[in-house]
Design a protein around this ligand. Sequence first.
Ligand SMILES: NC(=O)C1=CN([C@@H]2O[C@H](COP(=O)(O)OP(=O)(O)OC[C@H]3O[C@@H](n4cnc5c(N)ncnc54)[C@H](OP(=O)(O)O)[C@@H]3O)[C@@H](O)[C@H]2O)C=CC1
Ligand SMILES: Cc1cn([C@H]2C[C@H](O)[C@@H](COP(=O)(O)OP(=O)(O)O[C@H]3O[C@@H](C)C(=O)[C@@H](O)[C@H]3O)O2)c(=O)[nH]c1=O
Length: 292
Amino acid sequence: MQKKVAIFGCAGQLGVELMREFSARGAKVSGWERSHVDITSAPAVEEAVASVDPEIVVNAAAYNMVDVAENEPYAAFQANGLAVRNLALASRQCGAQLVHFSTDYVFDGTSDRPYVETDATHPLGAYAVSKLAGELYAQAYLPNPLVIRTSGVFGPGGLRTARGNFIELMLRMAGEGKTIRVVEDHVASPTYAPALAARTVDMVEKGVSGVIHCGGGTPISWYRYAELIFREAGLTPELKPTTEREYRTPARRPKFSPLSNAKMESLGIEPMPSLETAVRSYLQLRQRMLAS
Ligand SMILES: NC(=O)C1=CN([C@@H]2O[C@H](COP(=O)(O)OP(=O)(O)OC[C@H]3O[C@@H](n4cnc5c(N)ncnc54)[C@H](OP(=O)(O)O)[C@@H]3O)[C@@H](O)[C@H]2O)C=CC1
Ligand SMILES: Cc1cn([C@H]2C[C@H](O)[C@@H](COP(=O)(O)OP(=O)(O)O[C@H]3O[C@@H](C)C(=O)[C@@H](O)[C@H]3O)O2)c(=O)[nH]c1=O
């Protein structure tokens, strides 16, 4: 790929993989982390985009604290909603395609099958509303944005981010020797960041636009997922199933939010790896990173 690509949020789990993947495919990549460009600043975004004049603008930045967002909905809306407007307007000025990431949490979880792109959205909390607003802003100002909805992202970059990911959370709790209680009545499709980044670049290369689902492809309850993580990590902490009634959180979350990747696959994009393969690969990379 010969294109110029501008990536915001380049230090996040997905951001680091997108930097690597676009570069590996020959793109001329510029990336900014939050300390360089805060996407809530319209002038900073405009200046950064103009300095590169890219064909592709990628937004990997987000406010991802689902529970904290219930106490600070404005902060979530600024970063996930209004900031996407900044990126869309800057993309429009230079005729770039905007690639933006959204979430399975735009759905309410009442479906009895994995969600497809045409299903009605119904977010259940401040984070989810802010992410849906971001989708709408991208679509409001641009003719052909690519909006990729994903779910439960985990990538080795999570070792170095403030938020981390579910695997790091589980490994840390296991290290503390506590009983770990995880909900068995919430089902999602955890997604491996390197695989998502590769599919994203595939879609950009094919000129795909619109809303596309790219989840991990394996619907699984968080409890079963925790079991899988510990099995693959060779750990045996005390892990007990619980339910949303017992495990109370400030934010409501969808009970069933796996994403169907059928549309993506129908476009000729390679299916996602199995969750087991992805977790194994994550743990191997993690080991190497910790050893280096
Ligand atoms: N993580 C997940 O489970 C899921 C993620 N997604 C979506 O996927 C995308 C990538 O997420 P992921 O890589 O996992 O997230 P991470 O939390 O790993 O990374 C997000 C990055 O965005 C940065 N950031 C936050 N606010 C701003 C801002 N105002 N300006 C610039 N940068 C900012 C963060 O910086 P800092 O660390 O300094 O705050 C961080 O580096 C996001 O759109 C997210 O909503 C969708 C579903 C699930
Ligand atoms: C830490 C923990 C979580 N859980 C539950 C809460 C939740 O339903 C599920 C996952 O926990 P997390 O803290 O990773 O959940 P959460 O922050 O809701 O993860 C979400 O992040 C945002 C950014 C998204 O967009 C979503 O796709 C989703 O992956 O497991 C337990 O039951 N026990 C626990 O000890």
